[in-house]
Design a protein around this ligand. Structure first.
Ligand code: PLP
Length: 393
């Protein structure tokens, strides 16, 4: 007998992957330029030139060094460089020991859930949320509890959170800038969250951990600041990834920040190491650890995403669509024109518009538009969005 749970997960693909696969078939039939595929969050801007330069330089090193296993938590010099960069940018005082290198945010989050959680525990997140949280949390026998957004601003509903927290709550997952809404949680919201978690942790005599999922930290617009959560709440673990900031999703590189001021730092730090071991996520890719250190404060051309956001927001608003104003990431969350977002996405397909219904993000009646695409895809898609709108008028 094999694992039914894994069979179920592996035999069904996610709705995003299904739509993406449909798009590939459709492009083969009618031509790639006739299909407006807004399904996947694959960065459309190239990695910065500094990445190529770093790789070429690193390849000059002896192959047996650059391709070797690193220590399990990562190369010491790389971890130190990352810690120093975080200190410079966010006024923290981390050392290399506070950084654990991983294979991207997916690995970082899985390690944290495994390290902190036990079967029967609860992790809470805020809709709309990245759908993989559910299988990762349920994978350790814990459950994912979902709080609906505060409307219309899509900030966290802290009153609902307070009602949901209970002695089984092990952690709260926060993703800002958010996939799929593009919203950045404000400093006031974060301060409110921190005060609530502190109060509840004291009441139960056990820390409630805050898990900050931050692959989009650098992708923000209009000079908005994304609060660094370790500064506001001691029991925070930060899960970071270079997939989006350096446009390196295929290279699987990121890290976890494990601050000294965690209530039980030594134990959690060991549990993170143990979870990485159990999951086989030790010794993150050596070459890309070094690339991350060499490009530690670089990003791709974020302005290209801003241009896409502005073009799409203006275009859709002019046509009468209602969008949640995004301050970051590369997603636009748009109200579906009928209650059933799946039915709406099916209708959109008639015009070769590939949108993702919001149901799996834990929030009904919206669609996600991933605007990490070429500018011309947005321009050429507008007549299709117009025809779709006319169907509902
Ligand atoms: N968290 C969120 C919110 C994401 O959008 C993604 C990827 O799209 C991930 C985590 C996983 O990122 P990574 O490629 O670093 O594993």
């Amino acid at each position: 007998m094999i694992s039914e749970e894994c069979y179920e997960l592996g035999s069904k693909s996610s709705i995003i992957r299904k739509i993406f696969s449909f798009g590939l078939k459709r492009k083969a039939q009618v031509g790639a330029d006739k299909v407006y595929d807004f399904s996947l969050g694959n960065p459309s801007i190239p990695a910065p030139d500094t990445v190529k330069k770093a790789i070429l330089e690193l390849l000059e090193q002896p192959a047996e060094e650059i391709h070797a296993y690193s220590p399990a938590p990562g190369d010491a010099a790389v971890r130190k460089t990352i810690a120093e960069s975080l200190n410079r940018r966010f006024g923290e005082s981390f050392t290399g020991d506070n950084i654990f290198m991983t294979c991207g945010a997916a690995a970082s989050l899985n390690i944290c859930f495994r390290a902190l959680g036990n079967p029967g525990d609860e992790f809470i997140t805020f809709a709309p949320f990245f759908p993989e949280y559910r299988c990762w949390v349920e994978g350790i026998g814990a459950s994912l509890q979902v709080i609906q957004p505060h409307l219309p601003d899509f900030q966290m509903d802290l009153e609902a959170l307070e009602r949901r927290i209970n002695p089984k709550t092990k952690g709260v997952i926060v993703n800002s800038p958010n996939n799929p809404s593009g919203v950045v949680y404000t400093l006031d919201t974060i301060k409110g969250l921190a005060a609530l978690l502190k109060r509840k942790s004291e009441e139960y005599g056990e820390p409630i951990y805050l898990i900050a999922d931050e692959p989009y930290r650098e992708i923000v617009y209009d000079g908005i600041e994304v609060p660094y959560l370790t500064k506001y709440y001691d029991n925070t673990l930060v899960c970071y990834s270079y997939s989006k900031s350096l446009s390196l999703p295929g290279e699987r590189i990121g890290y976890i920040v494990i601050p000294n001021h965690l209530t039980d730092y030594t134990k959690v730090s060991s549990a993170i190491a143990g979870a990485a071991r159990v999951l086989g996520f030790v010794c993150a890719p050596s070459l890309f650890q070094q690339v991350a250190a060499k490009c530690v404060e670089d990003t791709g051309d974020i302005d290209a995403y801003k241009n896409n956001r502005d073009l799409l927001m203006k275009g859709l608003t002019r046509l009468g669509y209602t969008c949640v104003p995004p301050q970051g990431a590369f997603y636009l969350f748009v109200k579906a024109l009928e209650e059933d977002a799946y039915a709406f996405c099916e209708r959109a397909k008639k015009y070769d518009l590939l949108l993702v219904p919001s149901d799996d993000f834990g929030c009904l009646g919206y669609v996600r538009i991933a605007y990490c695409v070429a500018e011309k895809t947005i321009i050429n898609a507008m007549p299709a969005f117009e025809k779709l709108m006319k169907e509902y008028q």
